[in-house]
Write a protein that binds this ligand. Sequence first.
Ligand code: HEC
Length: 203
Amino acid sequence: MESEYKLLGGAMVTLALATATLVVVPYLQLSTVPPSPGLQPYTSEQLRGRDQYIKNGCVYCHTQQPRAVSQAPDAARGWGRAPVAGDYFYDRPHLLGTMRTGPDLLNIGARQPSADWQLGHLYQPRAYVPGSIMPSYPFMFELKDKAEPGDKVVNLPPAYAPIGQVVVARPEANDIVAYLLALDRTYPIALPPGLEAASTNEK
Ligand code: HEC
């Protein structure tokens, strides 16, 4: 019997240690971090787009966490600086992602700020990037004979435009593009305290 108690006790201690280091300590360290000064809260349109991003599984192929220069050439790929905790203040849940089948999107709004490009790329990625393996999302669009007032018509490259019809973005496509364009953490951030002293050698 004694060894069973030891086993159980050991398991409980291991679990308690893991919970403390992976849940409690990070929560205590990060729960009071304020938003980065350049960060804007999401609008309701952008939040609806964020829901679409989750529902359509974009997070399974795209990360939102460019790595530091010391770890990987993500900045050289044009994905932006390494983020800090405050950059994710309004992200609940965060969409850091783990898979990079496609490029990192934390700064896609700065890298590709054209709503027309974003809409067309969602409708048919291969119209813009030959050989792209990203799925197309045609169900977020409507084919109409003629655009009606208030319609957002997608300007596709001629080879991909349907003949005699127009492609009109449904609200979910417009929302998701509003969210993508809001993904821009290229504003300057204050360096962590240790590094601050090293970088301010003037005075
Ligand atoms: C099966 C994996 C996969 C899924 C799911 C996916 N993507 Fe992609 N995505 C890619 C790949 C691969 C590329 C690079 C080729 C290209 O630009 O089409 C890409 C490129 C992009 C780009 C252009 C990035 C750049 O730097 O030019 C955007 C924006 C984008 N995806 C948004 C989305 C959104 C929004 C969704 C969800 C609606 C989504 N992706 C779902 C794989 C995926």
